[in-house]
Write a protein that binds this ligand. Structure first.
Ligand code: C2E
Ligand code: CA
Ligand code: CA
Ligand code: CA
Length: 278
């Protein structure tokens, strides 16, 4: 009886705690601000470099959405992207962000590619996929310079439709990366069936680069990518030890605070210039 009372109390606390209420209220505030946001003015993209593990040369930049609301201040994409899907502005937001990200490529050397994140909504919405393709054509950017990042969760929500979208995008020359590899529930044989070009190992696995078991797991993940002939990118690389280990196991590329944080275009241009001889 004592145990039951305690667990009931705990249930009550999680359901009605002031914390929970505050979170709901703030979610509503973010939703409201998002619905009336001037996407063109309030949303920007930051760029984070992705480099070759072998020689550190820049291979690509990942565009990461940034929102500064005049009412709320800066809000992170982990918060506003799911809400944007819920309030039904994802189509508009994705196209606005992609247009901004593609425009950045004019200021970067032609050998640097652009990686862009798509949500579950984007990849399962035919209209969005068609609009993305039209936007890429209009931009004049070589489609081979664009990589679209998809998480496994985004794909499995409607596997058939997502797979058809992926094939359509690839027919234009756009490439697809599996984002956050290792965090989903799908079996490897399931993932094998999808037309990915690249795989990004989730940053949660980088913490393991310092211990035996974690190292074995990382090595197995890289080996899996290589066996499928996919370019393998490690995310969230924060120290030299991790990078050295990635080199030892044959990982192709890396991204993370060790190299650089996401930054605005002008900073990225200066960063890139400083790394190469003029
Ligand atoms: P993601 O695609 O996995 O992006 C990587 C996240 O890890 C970014 O967080 C980045 O700033 C952070 N990061 C990079 N290097 C390191 C590191 O060394 N250590 C640590 N601790 N973190 C690192 P951010 O910018 O807050 O984005 C969060 C998520 O929001 C992204 O995760 C992505 O799922 C989503 N997102 C961001 N921009 C967009 C977008 O334009 N469209 C869509 N659909 N989703 C986006
Ligand atoms: Ca990503
Ligand atoms: Ca990721
Ligand atoms: Ca993530």
């Amino acid at each position: 009886a004592l145990y039951k009372a305690k667990s009931e109390r705990r249930g009550f606390a999680t359901l009605y705690s002031p914390d929970h209420e505050r979170r709901i209220r703030s979610e509503r505030a973010v939703e409201a601000a998002l619905q009336t946001a001037d996407l063109g003015a309030e949303m920007t993209v930051h760029l984070q470099p992705i480099a070759a593990v072998g020689d550190g040369s820049l291979a690509a930049v990942e565009a990461l959405a940034r929102w500064t609301s005049p009412h709320l201040g800066p809000v992170g994409p982990d918060v506003f992207i799911p809400l944007a899907e819920r309030v039904g502005i994802m189509h508009r937001l994705t196209l606005d962000l992609l247009a901004k990200a593609l425009a950045c490529l004019d200021h970067l050397p032609a050998e640097i590619d652009l990686s862009f994140n798509l949500s579950a909504h984007d990849i399962t919405c035919h209209e969005t996929v068609m609009a993305i393709m039209a936007l890429v054509r209009r931009s004049g950017v070589r489609p081979g310079r664009l990589i679209l990042e998809l998480t496994e969760t985004a794909v499995v929500r409607d596997f058939e439709t997502a797979e058809a979208s992926m094939r359509l995008l690839r027919s234009l020359g756009i490439r697809i990366a599996l984002d956050d590899f290792g965090t989903g529930q799908s079996s490897l044989s399931y993932l094998r069936r999808l037309p990915f070009d690249k795989v990004k190992i989730d940053r949660s696995f980088m913490a393991g680069a310092g211990d035996g078991e974690g190292r074995e797991l990382l090595a197995a993940m890289v080996a899996f990518c290589r066996s499928m002939r996919k370019i393998c990118i490690a995310e969230g690389v924060e120290d030299e030890e991790q990078l050295n280990f990635l080199a030892a196991i044959g990982c192709d590329r890396f991204q993370g605070y060790l190299l650089a944080r996401p930054m605005p275009l002008d900073e990225l241009v200066a960063f890139e210039r400083a790394r190469r001889p003029f």
